[in-house]
Design a binder for this molecule. Structure first.
Ligand code: SF4
Length: 331
């Protein structure tokens, strides 16, 4: 069974919905019985979440023939990449690979895959089937939290991700969720490590969803998310070393850059746009239209840029005021 994100179905002309922002990647979702137990996900095994939901958005089932017919026109409809996500499945990789190859047969767009894999052999099979990128989602960045919300051993998943990154340089991605209880220092340390290994990081804000065990947990405070976005962006651009960052009790209080340099680097607002594989914008995955926007799926307006930066400046000032008197912006 294949689902498309509602925005993808609309962009391909298969459904009519009003969209403020169109996706720049076609998001497909494969399978129906997930064997994973992620506490934040409605697809989790045994969960009571809506099975047509991933993130905040709905994913209608679309007939396979309709998808194959529409996909050759994807580029004309503004789509620049295909992202094939899958439920965790322990046996059915062969059927998934066949589906992937059929997508490749009708589309020249670069193809990302995001799914649970058990070993590098499975990664090799996914690349051989036509994927240009593969994401192994870590989601949680702290071993204890990982074990609680996903089950299993974070260190082993990081090892597999690093092993694949060495075998397929610049072709591995991961997803990290901010707001599962980790410290800012932990998530940024991991982001710095992954980026140094050529791994692309798609940053998500935790989103409480009905029917999941974490439905009552709050999303991250916006100022926390803006600090993580800004620091990740600067690390990604190579404008910052992790060692330049200062933390107090795990909270980021200084970037170790002068105010003027930080303003220059963050001026365009790109830091606050969706991050991940090239051309992945995931519209409204974490947010309601009209609500707080964690990941902007398009360039920010001047007003949005000023507002995002104000949240960041204010939070750094508060960090300075509240913790040990360190200068927040410049050394
Ligand atoms: S970053 Fe975007 S395109 Fe890449 S795997 Fe994640 S959702 Fe798919």
């Amino acid at each position: 069974m294949i689902r498309l994100s509602a925005g993808t179905a609309a962009a391909l002309g298969l459904r009519k919905i009003r969209m403020d922002v169109s996706p720049t990647t076609a998001y497909l979702f494969y399978g129906k019985e997930c064997t994973g137990k992620c506490a934040f996900c409605p697809q989790a095994q045994g969960g009571r979440g809506a099975k047509n939901q991933l993130g905040r958005i709905s994913w209608p089932v679309v007939a396979w023939e309709e998808i194959l017919t529409a996909m050759p026109q994807a580029a004309e409809n503004g789509l620049k990449r295909v992202c094939m996500q899958s439920v965790r499945q322990n046996k059915n990789l062969k059927a998934f690979l066949e589906t992937l190859q059929k997508i490749k047969d009708v589309s020249n767009l670069p193809l990302s895959v995001s799914m649970w894999i058990n070993n590098k052999k499975e990664a090799a099979e996914i690349f051989a089937a036509g994927a240009d990128r593969l994401s192994i989602a870590l989601d949680a960045v702290n071993p204890g939290i990982y074990s609680c919300v996903k089950g299993g051993d974070l260190a082993k998943r990081i090892d597999l991700l690093l092993e694949c990154a060495h075998l397929w340089p610049e072709r591995m991605s991961t997803h990290l969720i901010c707001g599962l209880g980790e410290k800012e220092e932990e998530i940024l340390a991991l982001i710095a490590k992954l980026l140094a290994e050529g791994i692309t990081v798609g940053l998500f804000a935790f989103t409480p969803l009905k029917g999941t065990p974490l439905v009552n947990r709050r999303p991250p405070a916006l100022d926390v998310y803006r600090r993580i976005q800004a620091a990740s962006f600067l690390l990604r651009k190579g404008w910052l070393d992790f060692s330049s960052l200062t933390f107090t009790e795990g909270r980021l209080v200084s970037f170790g850059l002068s105010v003027s340099r930080l303003q220059e680097y963050l001026r365009e607002g790109e830091a606050f746009q969706t991050s991940g594989c090239p051309d992945c914008n995931r519209p409204y995955y974490n947010e309601r239209p009209g609500g707080v926007i964690y990941n902007y799926p398009r360039p920010l307006t001047d007003k949005e840029e000023v507002t995002a930066l104000m949240v960041l400046w204010q939070s750094l000032k508060e960090g300075t005021d509240n913790h040990s008197g360190k200068m927040a912006l410049n050394k």
